[in-house]
Design a protein around this ligand. Structure first.
Ligand code: COA
Length: 260
C-alpha cells in the first residue's frame, strides 16, 4: 500500500513513522488508521525492522484525535465499526513484537493520546499537551483510552482526564507516569532515537518475550502471568543469544546478539 498520510522510513533497523497531515493537526482519519494498520503489519513481518518511533509532522501536533469531520456523519453501527477498526490497529501496533516509542511533539488528544498509549514508551516535547477531550464533543474515548489510560496511570488520574476532558501539559504527564521523559522540542527525535538504540543493544528475542509477557500478562491473573513469564524464561534458554549474553558477561566482553 503506498502511503498517502504517513512518512515511513527505515534507518539502521529503526522504522520512523510520521503522521503527515499537519494542516489538520495529524488528525486520524480512516485513511491514517488503515495506513497505520498496514504499517504495523509490515513492522511485525520485516526482520530488519527492530524498533519503531512514531511522531507527527509539523511543530504543533502529534495527532489531534480522530477526524471530527468523519465522526460527524456516523451512525451507531458505523461508530462501533470505526472504534473497532481503530482499536484493532492499535492492538496490532502494540503486539508487533518490537519496541515502539511515541515521540509526542505537540497535541496528543483523543485518538492521538490513545495512539501514544498503545506505544510501549512515550517521550514528550516540553510544549506537548495530552488529553482525552471526547466528552466535550458528546462522545467518549473509542480507541482504547478508557482501558489503557487507567492501566498506565491509575484510575484516579485517568478519570480526571477522561471526565474533565482537559488536556495536561508535558510536566503533568511526566508526574503521573503518562510519559517517561520530557525534552525540548528540538531534541525530541534524537532523545527517542537514543532511547531506542539503547534498547536495541539488548537481545532481540529477550526483548520480544519481555514485551509479550508485559502486554499479555496485564490481562491475566497474577498466577497466569507468572506462568507465562516462567515459560518465556525457559524458552529463552534455547536461544544462542542467551548463551552469548551470559558467556560475554563471564568473559568480561560486550555481547554480540544475533536474534537467534
Ligand atoms: N479532526 C479534524 N480536524 C481537526 C482536528 C480533528 N480532531 N483537530 C484539528 N483539526 C483541524 C482544524 O479543523 C483546522 O482545520 P482548518 O484549518 O481546515 O479549519 C486545523 O486542524 C487546525 O486546527 P485549529 O483548531 O485551527 O488549531 P488551534 O491551534 O486553534 O487549536 C486544538 C488546536 C488542538 C486545540 C484544536 O484543533 C482542537 O481542539 N482539536 C480537536 C481536538 C479533539 O477534540 N480531539 C478529539 C477528537 S475525538
Amino acid at each position: 500500500m503506498p502511503y498517502e498520510t504517513l512518512l515511513f522510513e527505515v534507518r539502521d533497523r529503526v522504522a520512523f513513522i510520521t503522521i503527515n497531515r499537519p494542516d489538520k493537526l495529524n488528525a486520524l482519519n480512516d485513511r491514517v488508521v488503515a495506513e497505520l494498520s498496514e504499517a504495523a503489519g509490515r513492522i511485525a513481518a520485516e526482520d530488519e525492522i527492530r524498533g519503531v518511533i512514531i511522531t507527527g509532522a509539523g511543530q504543533k501536533a502529534f495527532a489531534a484525535g480522530a477526524d471530527i469531520g468523519e465522526l460527524a456523519g456516523q451512525g451507531p453501527f458505523e461508530g462501533k465499526a470505526r472504534a473497532l477498526k481503530g482499536q484493532a490497529m492499535l492492538r496490532r501496533l502494540e503486539t508487533c513484537g518490537k519496541p515502539v516509542i511515541a515521540a509526542i511533539n505537540g497535541f496528543a488528544l483523543g485518538g492521538g493520546c490513545e495512539l501514544a498509549l498503545a506505544c510501549h514508551l512515550r517521550i514528550a516535547a516540553e510544549q506537548a499537551k495530552l488529553g482525552q477531550p471526547e466528552v466535550k464533543l458528546g462522545i467518549a474515548p473509542g480507541y482504547g483510552g478508557t482501558q489503557r489510560l487507567p492501566r498506565l496511570v491509575g484510575r484516579g488520574p485517568a478519570l480526571q482526564m477522561i471526565l474533565t476532558g482537559e488536556a495536561i501539559d508535558a510536566q503533568q504527564a511526566l508526574r503521573i507516569g503518562l510519559v517517561s521523559q520530557v525534552v525540548p522540542a528540538s531534541e525530541l527525535l534524537a532523545a527517542a532515537e537514543t532511547m531506542m538504540r539503547a534498547i536495541l543493544k539488548n537481545a532481540p528475542l529477550a526483548l520480544r518475550l519481555a514485551l509479550e509477557a508485559v502486554e499479555r500478562g496485564l490481562d491475566m491473573t497474577l498466577e497466569e502471568g507468572l506462568l507465562l513469564e516462567a515459560n518465556h524464561f525457559g524458552l529463552l534458554a534455547s536461544t544462542r543469544d542467551m548463551k552469548e549474553g551470559l558467556t560475554a558477561f563471564l568473559e568480561k566482553r560486550a555481547p554480540r546478539f544475533e536474534g537467534r
